[in-house]
Design a protein around this ligand. Structure first.
Ligand code: NAD
Length: 263
């Protein structure tokens, strides 16, 4: 079967799509023909992304959604299915970063980060699965990280959460396989989004080095080309996975990190 990178008339929800990686995935999916819901905590920014997609000839809607809030997740997913038809593709992408050594890591920060990454992935998956099972088809993509496979100093909660997503994806692959639903984890290296821009001065302070050294000697040290991974790198991979015609890749994580991690 020759593969076509088309998502014509598919319904997709991308969480955290008002910014960064999620935004570029939403734009890429819309260009490939999908109807895309931009689900984000920041509704104004989500609406702006949706409006730009619609102006460019695509189909998109902004949805207010705190992915840690079960009622908001369920209401948002329902609204999308009503407007665009049953959800075919979920990209669970919303995320934050908090850096601190373990001994200084506030328990409240630990719980907040785990809730956004893990509760968010669980709740959005749970909300779309009945619709996917009903039509025996669906794709769920979790935004992991190289930190799903590697550890870095200062990132205890993030590394724990990103490792955890591998487990959820593997269980979904097994439960969903017989019902036509597959799962994937995308594991980006450092992508220069607001999430990463914020970390550069924070890490410089914590590690006692310059911001330039954080970029060169921490973030990009092990890449093969000294380059950041781009939002386009990740959006193209997300398109490939969503359009892939079979379950051959289900349950797996795919790393896109310019050679930083080759597990
Ligand atoms: P970003 O800060 O540019 O965008 C994150 C978006 O998530 C924002 O629009 C924000 O409003 C939204 N969000 C935050 N909390 C939310 C919540 N509770 N409910 C709904 N939306 C919420 O960040 P990004 O770099 O594009 O990151 C997107 C994902 O990619 C995250 O899961 C992140 O961990 C992952 N990731 C990023 C990098 C990187 O280097 N930037 C690398 C690997 C993985």
């Amino acid at each position: 079967m020759t593969m076509q990178l088309s998502l014509k008339d598919k319904t997709a929800i991308v969480t955290g799509a008002a910014s960064g990686i999620g935004k570029e995935i939403a734009e890429t999916y819309a260009k490939a023909g999908a109807k895309v819901a931009i689900a984000d905590l920041n509704l104004d920014a989500a609406n702006a992304v949706a409006e730009a997609i619609n102006k460019a000839g695509g189909r998109a809607m902004g949805v207010a959604m705190n992915v840690t809030d079960e009622a908001q997740v369920n209401a948002g997913c329902e609204a999308v299915a009503k407007a665009f038809g049953p959800v075919d593709i979920l990209v669970s992408n919303a995320g934050i970063q908090i850096v601190n050594p373990i001994e200084n890591f506030a328990f409240a920060d630990w719980k907040k980060l785990l809730a956004i990454h893990l509760d968010g992935a669980f709740l959005t998956t749970k909300a779309v699965l009945p619709g996917m099972y009903a039509k025996n088809g669906g794709v769920v993509i979790y935004m992991g990280s190289v930190h799903s496979h590697e550890a870095s100093k200062l990132k205890s909660a993030y590394v724990t959460a990103k490792h955890g997503l591998l487990g959820l994806a593997r269980v979904l692959a097994k439960e969903g396989g017989p019902k036509g639903v597959r799962s994937h984890v995308i594991c980006p290296g450092f992508v220069r989004t607001p999430l990463v821009e914020k970390q550069i001065p924070e890490q410089a302070k914590e590690l006692g080095i310059s911001e330039n050294d954080v970029i060169k000697n921490v973030m990009l040290k092990d890449t093969v080309d000294g380059e950041f991974t781009t939002t386009a790198d990740i959006a193209n991979l997300a398109l490939f996975l969503a359009a892939f015609p079979t379950a051959a890749l289900t349950g797996q994580s795919i790393i896109a990190s310019h050679g930083w991690c080759m597990n």
